[in-house]
Write a protein that binds this ligand. Structure first.
Ligand SMILES: [Mg+2]
Length: 222
């Protein structure tokens, strides 16, 4: 019997892409650089590469922060200091909390049936603050973040830490998230059931239990 749902934050409850776009646009505008939508694509391509390296343990989170904007600006031919922009960007992101469609209804529905935990790769204070700002924090018994735990999903240590804190078995839990490489892979390897929010209709070989296109479908399956 399922007792608890662990829910990813970015790309699942909060619209990370919208938050990133807003933070990048405001940051560049403040530096008198005209923002163009294709710049966002460059950021995503480079940022995703860094996060993949981080998930595979090839770099540390500090290295990601130190290098990603310098790499983006180099690719775009923009003359700005990467680490300085990172500081600004993270401050904006810290304050940015744009909800995904259907997130409030889904939390309301799930909280009536299950114990809810947030499980996110990201800095602890930032993620808690963004959930608070979005009015979602109250739904969660606890917010688990890689920032606090010291390891990223899909690391088994991340999940070990969570399950040591709660008196529930992995087999009685669901991991709900948008990332195959962190949420779904991590959940499967730890013996949890998985719900993959696959808004873009991607394909996978992983044995996902449930696949949904939007959060509104959650109530049809669990
Ligand atoms: Mg995510």
């Amino acid at each position: 019997m399922i007792k608890a749902i662990f829910i990813d934050i970015d790309g699942t409850l909060l619209d990370f892409e919208a938050c990133v776009e807003e933070s990048m646009r405001l940051g560049l505008t403040e530096n008198k650089i005209e923002y163009k939508p294709e710049m966002l694509e460059t950021f995503h391509r480079i940022n995703n590469g860094f996060w993949r390296d981080l998930e595979q343990g090839k770099i540390t989170f500090e290295e990601l922060l130190e290098r990603r904007w310098a790499t983006v600006f180099e690719a775009l031919g923009i003359d700005l200091n990467g680490p300085e922009f990172e500081t600004y960007f993270r401050k904006r992101l810290h304050e940015s909390a744009i909800p995904m469609e259907g997130s409030y209804e889904t939390l309301e529905y799930l909280s009536g049936k299950y114990r809810l935990f947030a499980a996110s790769n990201g800095p602890h204070e930032q993620q808690v603050e963004r959930l608070r700002k979005a009015g979602m924090l109250g739904y969660f018994e606890e917010v688990f973040t890689s920032g606090k735990i010291g390891e990223e999903k899909p690391s088994p240590y991340f999940f070990e830490y969570c399950f040591e804190k709660v008196d529930i078995l992995p087999s009685e839990s669901i991991m709900l998230g948008d990332s195959l490489t962190s949420d779904i892979k991590g959940g499967i390897c730890f013996g949890m059931k998985t719900v993959w929010l696959n808004g873009k209709g991607e394909k996978t070989e992983l044995p996902v239990d449930y696949e949904i296109k939007s959060l509104a479908e959650v109530k049809n399956i669990i």
